[in-house]
Design a protein around this ligand. Sequence first.
Ligand code: ZN
Length: 337
Amino acid sequence: MFQYLVSGGPLHFALVPHSPSDICEPQQKSCFCRFRLLFLLGLATVSAISPASAQEKAAKLEVVATFSILGDLARNVGGSHVDATALVGPNGDVHVYSPTPADAEAIRNARLVIVNGLGLEGWLPRLIESSGSNAITVVATHGIVPRKIAAGEILSRGHGAGAADPHAWQSVPNVEIYVGNIRDAMVAADPANATTYRANAAAYLTKLEALDHEVRETVARIPPDRRKVISTHDAFGYFAAAYDVTFVAPEGVSTETEPSARDIATIIAQIKKDRIPAVFLENVSDPRIMRQIASETGAAIGGTLYSDSLTNEKGEAPTYIAMVRHNISTIASALAN
Ligand code: ZN
């Protein structure tokens, strides 16, 4: 069982489930995660974290999320009561982020920090420690069953075979668990507005359930033998498992270095051998190589799939829901006969 302890200040606590039966499974959509607060070091109440003056009571809950997708979830749950910022903004790369002094300031002023966990934000613990933050930290993936990166999947960004795959948000039922965890953390950090956080979360969860149905219905219309794509980044393992679309990684190619001419020849042979109908580009990988591969194999370039970050407001994926909708419609049109 995973517990996330915040250190760096005098206060320490963790959000832990009542019992194993309280842990949400991805398929249990009605499951309500209940957490009790486990206080260490003799801390008596949550409100002691922030001695409240009248001015502070009127202020918004300062929330820092590590990257744009979590920031969007936080805004949906927090609504007008929170001021949510994301350290890694639209089109940024959360895997290899270098925090700035402004990020340390944001963390220091935050009352709640939302992280993905599963090894995604390797740069974060040092940032929290150096900032001197007393914020509550919630691990949004708490209660999710992590999938392991399998041998033969693309090895990238320090995540080798056997490590937990951090990209759990690519399955909508997982994000329903994220939202439950974020809701409970906001209620703990700001109990005065608990009713609003619960109502906002319930409304957003209804939208996510509809989104999940939409994805499943769209996949169901794709012939089963065409539900296969090749992609440069290993972000879609949870999507593949949830929705029965196979994502094939180019064999033996790291996303951290440019493929050699020999790598490209291997990939071209792989696409032909496995009869992969479509090649996808992503917003955090260099697309030029994939264009070349597509032109030499006849596989369709499927368009851009957004994996690890949202776009800005004028882009194709300004919110989590828009991102999932964009991805599934892009996949479906590339794989249609
Ligand atoms: Zn990633």
